[in-house]
Design a protein around this ligand. Structure first.
Ligand SMILES: Cc1cc2nc3c(=O)[nH]c(=O)nc-3n(C[C@H](O)[C@H](O)[C@H](O)COP(=O)(O)O)c2cc1C
Length: 232
């Protein structure tokens, strides 16, 4: 089997699924240690007027089989509002240092609450407070107003007054529950493209597609992937 991380081209006979390759490239970007956030991806949602809106988010889980990715956010943010109305989403990874791009298109659904709870519990303590502190995407009068809001909310959570949350001794840190308005989205791709940079702009490219049928709140029935090589 060809190693996706040493391959400079996609194999002549395309792999039966793109998921292993995409995951191998993501893992490789971590191993290379060049980028601060190798799991950063652009997430594009569509607003109520049909206007696409892109921003970066972090891929916190990449599940090869049955094939979905997870990112975390505020459920009252613009992106989450867009997804409530139209759950179609596009994600793009680009690792400049290795000349690789992965594009995914599919549907987003909220992660099961227990999964968001479990992930939230692993977050850095100060970041847990940050999730309570910011009403992501809402207007803000000033930076000072935000800092005051964060301290007010931290105090409500039982955190003693401190200039810097990190200076609070571990023993004095109350357990912070997950805010109900914060959690994961699972993105189920129905289309994935793998791209490898080539000399003279003769890049290597293939797209895989599969059927995707919503089964319940957070799961889909998925079909087999079919791959097609594309001109660059
Ligand atoms: C590298 C990077 C990673 C980010 N990761 C996340 C993330 O995982 N979740 C998130 O909600 N916002 C993340 N952000 C902030 C978003 O890009 C965006 O500013 C925020 O989510 C508000 O977007 P919205 O108003 O379109 O919902 C990240 C920003 C950068 C630059």
């Amino acid at each position: 089997m060809i190693d996706p991380c040493s391959a400079t081209r996609l194999p002549t006979k395309l792999p039966s699924t793109p998921m292993h390759w995409a995951k191998a490239w993501l893992d490789d970007a971590f191993k290379k240690g060049v980028l601060r956030n190798p799991h950063a991806m652009t997430a594009v949602t569509v607003d109520e007027n049909g206007q696409p809106a892109g921003r970066m988010v972090l891929c916190k889980e990449f599940v090869v089989d049955p094939g979905y990715l997870v990112f975390y956010t505020n459920y009252k943010s613009d992106k989450a509002r867009h997804l409530e109305n139209n759950n179609k989403i596009s994600l793009v990874f680009y690792w400049d240092s290795s000349g690789r791009q992965v594009r995914l298109e599919g549907e987003a659904v909220r992660s099961p609450a227990e999964e968001s709870d479990a992930y939230f519990a692993t977050r850095d303590w100060a970041s847990q407070i940050g999730a309570w502190g910011s009403d992501q995407s809402s207007p803000l009068e000033s930076r000072a107003a935000l800092i005051a809001q964060v301290s007010r909310r931290a105090m409500k959570l039982g955190v003693g007054a401190a200039k810097n949350l990190k200076s609070i001794a571990v023993a004095d840190r109350p357990v912070i529950p997950r805010p109900p308005h914060w959690g994961g989205f699972r993105v189920w791709p129905r289309r994935i493209e793998l791209w490898i940079e080539g000399a003279d702009r003769i890049h290597d490219r293939a797209r895989w597609e599969r059927s995707l049928e919503r089964r319940d709140d957070d799961a889909f029935a998925v079909g087999e992937w079919t791959g097609t090589r594309l001109q660059p």
